[in-house]
Design a protein around this ligand. Structure first.
Ligand code: ZN
Length: 230
């Protein structure tokens, strides 16, 4: 499978949860996985103050990345306030130029969370900015061949999966070990059983493609150009 994958999420935990099993598989196969979390996701806890939860979230993200062998980039934006400007896209473009991914993963562009939609738009715009010659930037340009949207129950409006990756047991186990460290995924914040949901989802998608488990994605198509084109 793909050698280098960059996954861009709105909050710490989003790409870990949805793209994580695929990223673990990539690393197990000798590839490189880079997680870019655009905000800390620090307002997602009903009891912890954002400043306290923010530190915990960064720990959770680092634990997950270390567990599956990924690299982690956390952009310095606040949960609920991801700006809709080129500043975010330029930071993602910088990661793309430095790591030269074969594949980019982000949120589907229709979501119940504004941060998810903006992260997806920034990822697409970042891929575009990384692909054009910019004389003031030293790193050479890079065109990402494939962009995929991860399946996420919070981003399902109009989402239709068309790409499936088999998830081997070892990748699933590493994902589970890493995601277990995230309080929200364990159901400690608002009670949604994320780990059960995504574990079952991988089984369901696996049934569709004749594998024990699979992760589902939607390939970016014309909307990429509508949102991020020249
Ligand atoms: Zn999120």
């Amino acid at each position: 499978m793909t050698k280098t994958v960059v996954a861009v999420g709105g909050h710490i935990g989003d790409m870990e949860l949805t793209a994580g099993p695929t990223l673990a598989k990539v690393v197990l196969e000798g590839g490189r996985a880079v997680i870019v979390d655009c905000t800390y996701g620090e307002r997602g806890h009903p009891k912890l103050a954002p400043s306290v939860y923010r530190e915990q979230k960064v720990h959770e993200a680092q634990f997950f990345a270390d567990t599956i062998g990924a690299e982690l980039v956390v952009l310095d934006y606040s949960d609920g306030f991801l700006p809709d400007d080129d500043g975010v896209a330029e930071q993602i473009a910088d990661v793309i130029r430095r790591t030269r991914p074969d594949m980019l993963i982000t949120h589907w562009v229709r979501s119940m969370h504004r941060d998810h939609e903006r992260a997806a738009q920034a990822a697409l715009r970042g891929a575009f900015l990384a692909s054009i010659p910019l004389e003031e930037i030293e790193q050479p340009q890079h065109s990402v061949p494939v962009t995929l949207y991860a399946e996420n129950w919070e981003d399902m409006e109009g989402f239709e999966a068309d790409t499936f990756f088999a998830i081997p047991d070892r990748a699933y186990d590493l994902w589970r070990e890493g995601i277990q460290e995230h309080a929200f995924a364990r159901g400690e914040t608002y009670g949604f059983r994320y780990i059960d949901y995504y574990s079952a989802l991988m089984q369901v998608k696996g049934c569709l493609v004749g594998e024990q488990r699979a992760a589902a994605f939607k390939t970016a198509g014309s909307e990429r150009f509508a949102l991020a084109g020249p």
